[in-house]
Write a protein that binds this ligand. Structure first.
Ligand code: AN0
Ligand code: CP
Length: 313
């Protein structure tokens, strides 16, 4: 078993309940990870994922080894059957087989290239890990998904909802550099299972991939979408259609107190890291209704629930 998307989980609701239970008593499961090693591999930067997953593993009694493979490792050849006479020194096949000797579970972060949509959406790098590993793989954000983030976000919404079926608005927000669609795709995938009324709002040309946005309300007028929202989840993503481009500045999509005043006194959410006063104004993110640090805190319990599930197999 792996944890690369919601589809790897037989009962997402049970996983959520486990995360809630672990949050109450994080140190109750220490025997499960005894003498087990988690390897965390990063092709890209990370603060929350790296430290919350490490903390989660430690809470379970696991040892953790971490490597910034993108920075410190050999350059990995991802394609099969090539004559390796170029710049890549090691094949992914050998690297993953070796890592499987050292680790009982492997976590990997591998962002989208944002220049080859087909390769990104086929998750070519993650698939090579899955193909060659002998141990379970956890996604620490792949090209198209970030399931550990989504589980933590779901837990946060569950903890802070007042209405039985709150209105959750995922809103595109401005940014200065192209970012992956992974957080947004994944959030939508998990929210489809949650008891929420989900609306996505984004500028024209920034619709998420059809497999994610299908069966979800998409409103291109942000003000209309925000009306009566209970949760506003802001995130920038680059275009899926004109793949990897950021379009114009669209500063009017920034989440400001004026935008929040259109909502039902909504809670503000963002996965972080965030560019302040580009994506969201200081007043909103520092305001009483901001849940961003709760989300970051819940990353630990989400990761711990996922690890515990894998350890119990
Ligand atoms: C990444 C992204 O948007 O996917 C990671 C977010 C968790 N963000 C940045 O690269 C700024
Ligand atoms: N939210 C999140 O995944 O943050 P990091 O990129 O810092 O891990």
């Amino acid at each position: 078993m792996n944890f690369t998307s919601i589809n790897d989980i037989s009962s997402p609701v049970q996983l959520l309940e486990l995360a809630k239970q672990i949050k109450l008593k994080p140190f109750d499961y220490r025997e499960f990870g005894q003498n087990k090693t988690l390897g965390l591999l990063f092709f890209n930067p990370s603060l929350r994922t790296r430290l919350s997953t490490q903390k989660a593993a430690n809470n379970l009694g696991m040892d953790v080894i971490v490597m910034n493979v993108g920075q410190d490792g050999w350059q990995l050849e991802m394609d099969e059957g090539v004559v390796m006479n170029g710049s890549k020194q090691e094949h992914i096949k050998d690297a993953v087989a070796v890592l499987s000797q050292y680790c009982d579970i492997i976590g990997v972060r591998t962002f989208a290239s944002l220049n080859d949509r087909k390769a990104d959406y086929e998750e070519l790098v993650l698939k090579q890990f899955l193909k060659y590993t002998h141990v379970p793989i956890i996604s620490l954000e792949s090209a198209t998904l970030h399931p550990l983030q989504s589980l933590a976000d779901w837990l946060t919404i569950e903890e802070h909802k007042v209405a039985h079926k709150p209105k959750v608005v995922l809103t595109w927000a401005p940014h200065v550099k192209p970012l992956p669609q992974a957080v947004a795709n994944s959030f939508v995938e998990w929210m489809k299972l949650a008891e929420v009324d989900l609306t996505i709002t984004n500028p024209i040309g920034f619709d998420l991939a059809p497999q994610f946005s299908k069966d979800v309300k998409v409103e291109h007028n942000q003000d209309m979408a925000l009306a009566q929202a209970d949760f506003v989840y802001a995130k920038n993503w680059s275009s899926y259609q004109d793949y990897g481009t950021i379009g114009g500045e669209m500063t009017d999509w920034q989440i400001t107190p004026e935008k929040m005043s259109l909502t039902n006194n909504a809670k503000f959410m963002h996965c972080l890291p965030v560019r302040r006063n580009v994506v969201v104004s200081d007043e909103v993110i520092d305001g009483q209704n901001s849940l961003v640090y709760e989300q970051a805190n819940n990353r630990t319990y989400a990761a711990q629930a996922v690890l515990l599930n894998l350890l119990q197999l």
